[in-house]
Design a protein around this ligand. Structure first.
Ligand code: SF4
Length: 180
């Protein structure tokens, strides 16, 4: 049985991702590290949704509330907003790989590979760049569980967000409200 550290962005994205890893016989630990989620209470809703799923599926989650520093996140994307998603993925995945290495995990991976809305190939390449001999990146196209994840998250009443996470994405989601 291999130990996998799974970076989790929210509850709904984690359901079929965790199930897939468990079905393959892995020992899964979650990591909630997402300074890109704004504002704070949105972060709290997604964190709690992640913890609800974790409890149902019987996994532990490392929660990095002490590293929720949006100011640093904004600095990391300042003046490169057009390419902000790449930097956003990189920061979260780099921290995941560090924690995985320190914790002696065999693999690390991320629920970002579940989303049809994220840049799947960029995430996969970043994971490959961040792996080391002892702690490998676990690639799987978790998008295959997309529809099941939606259905189950609704059945379980897990909080489902309306925008990706950062204030930029919230602004894009609700642009139509301006000038009504
Ligand atoms: S849109 Fe999503 S992935 Fe892109 S920078 Fe914002 S939170 Fe990160």
């Amino acid at each position: 049985m291999k130990r996998v550290l799974l970076h989790i962005c929210c509850g709904p994205c984690s359901i079929t991702t965790i199930k897939t890893l468990q079905d393959q016989g892995h020992d899964v630990t979650g990591l909630f590290y997402n300074p890109n989620i704004h504002p704070l209470m949105e972060y709290v809703k997604r964190r709690d949704g992640c913890l609800e799923v974790a409890e149902k599926l019987g996994i532990k989650v490392i929660v990095k509330d002490n590293e929720y520093k949006p100011q640093e996140w904004f600095r990391s994307v300042a003046y490169r907003e057009i390419n902000r998603c790449f930097h956003c993925y990189a920061g979260r995945m780099e921290r995941t790989s560090q924690i995985a290495k320190k914790g002696g995990f065999d693999f690390f991976t991320t629920t970002l590979l579940y989303s049809k809305y994220q840049k799947h190939d960029d995430i996969s390449k970043l994971g490959q760049d961040l792996q080391s001999e002892k702690t490998r990146f676990f690639y799987h196209d978790f998008r295959e569980g997309w529809q099941d994840g939606i259905v189950i998250s609704k059945e379980w009443g897990i909080y489902r967000q309306q925008y990706c996470g950062c204030l930029y994405s919230e602004n894009e989601r609700y642009q139509r409200e301006l000038g009504k």
